[in-house]
Design a protein around this ligand. Structure first.
Ligand code: NAP
Length: 318
């Protein structure tokens, strides 16, 4: 199989394409022939930093690091005890999070508890780029945020991978949704059916909103999340995507009588199946804005690394 191995933590030039032996699936595992891969900010964070790599692997530093967690493909082989999947099945998933997913490869081993059947109306390219962002958004909107009909919800970076799914889940639950992004992404965000759009580059969001029931703050800045707390009403909820901010936020949350929840996404076929049902019903649509070939995977990482990606960035393998 062809795989990108990470020679050492650092820049994108440290991703090296190489040929490796194709592994065999063990008990409870399947071998997937990859059709598409999603690129996420965590791929870049783990590539760049040995500390983040150690955080994801629980302090274990394997000799060979293959990045990537999102994948869609076709099952080629099944291991012992696998009954719900068979060769030829089209599947997708967020593999082995926390841990190394190893999806930057033309074949990958998946635990059956991390994958779901891909419905026919979900294209492979979109499927590969969906799991991590959609499952993070699900945990933010449903599991932790518990967003209810009629609640006023502010979603930051509504144009991003997580944000664009969070908007769709919150709308599906009947919330009144306000999304932020810069002006160039206004049409994209309005197409997701937000009730209000805020261009964060022309006015600060605090000038535009208050008395919010739930804020989903995707921004990697404690200062930004503290600003979000200031627009939430007493008794409201804050969901933030950098769980290590917990300590820095705790006294402010207490002072403001707001509940805070840090998201840490994990592999879950159960959650992915819930999302699959919404996609199948046409209620949620992954938005893929740029597609790269396997040879161009480092270029795809650069787009995500810029922090300016709109929707999802996918890598296709033919
Ligand atoms: N804890 C977890 O389990 C978990 C899981 C997934 C992701 N995350 C984290 O969540 C964050 C978001 O992930 P993602 O995949 O959604 O990222 P992404 O797709 O790369 O986000 C890019 C988007 O963010 C928007 N943006 C940037 N700064 C903004 C600001 N100040 N206000 C409003 N919008 C802004 C950009 O819009 P403009 O170009 O218009 O500015 C762009 O469309 C990352 O830090 C990621 O590491 C955490």
């Amino acid at each position: 199989m062809e795989s990108y191995i990470l020679e050492q933590n650092g820049g994108v030039e440290n991703l090296k394409k190489t040929t490796l032996d194709t592994p065999f699936p063990k008990t409870g595992e399947v071998l997937i022939k990859t059709k598409s891969i999603g690129i996420n900010p965590i791929d870049i964070q783990v590539r760049a930093s040995k500390d983040v790599l150690g955080m994801i692997t629980g302090g274990h530093f394997p000799d060979q690091v293959i990045l990537g967690w999102d994948v869609a493909g076709v099952i080629e082989k099944t291991g012992a005890g696998v009954t719900e999947f068979k060769p030829g099945d089209e599947v997708y998933g967020l593999l082995n999070m926390p841990g190394l997913g190893r999806t930057y490869s033309t074949h990958v081993i998946a635990n059956v508890e991390h994958i779901a059947h891909k419905h026919k109306n979900l294209h492979f390219t979109a499927a590969g780029a969906t799991p991590m962002s959609a499952m993070t958004a699900w945990q933010a909107v449903v599991t932790l945020g518990n967003i209810q009909k009629g609640e006023k919800v502010l979603i930051h970076a509504a144009s991003g991978g997580v944000g664009h799914f969070a908007v769709q889940f919150a709308k599906e639950r009947g919330a009144y949704v306000i999304g932020t992004a810069s002006a160039k992404n206004e049409a994209f965000v309005r197409n997701l059916a937000v009730d209000e759009f805020i261009d964060y580059t022309s006015a600060s969001f605090e000038e535009k909103v208050n008395d919010i029931d739930v804020v989903i703050d995707t921004i990697n800045s404690v200062e930004h999340v503290l600003r979000s707390i200031s627009v939430i009403k007493k008794g409201g909820r804050l969901v933030y995507l950098q769980p290590h901010f917990a300590e820095a936020l705790s006294s402010k949350l207490e002072e403001a009588a707001i509940k805070g929840f840090g998201v840490f996404v994990h592999s879950s076929a159960e959650i992915l199946n819930e999302i699959s049902n919404l996609i199948e019903a046409g209620k949620v649509t992954p938005q893929i804005t740029q597609v790269f070939s396997f040879d161009q995977l480092p270029e795809a990482q650069k787009v995500v690394e810029s922090g300016r990606a709109t929707g999802k960035i996918a890598v296709e393998i033919n």
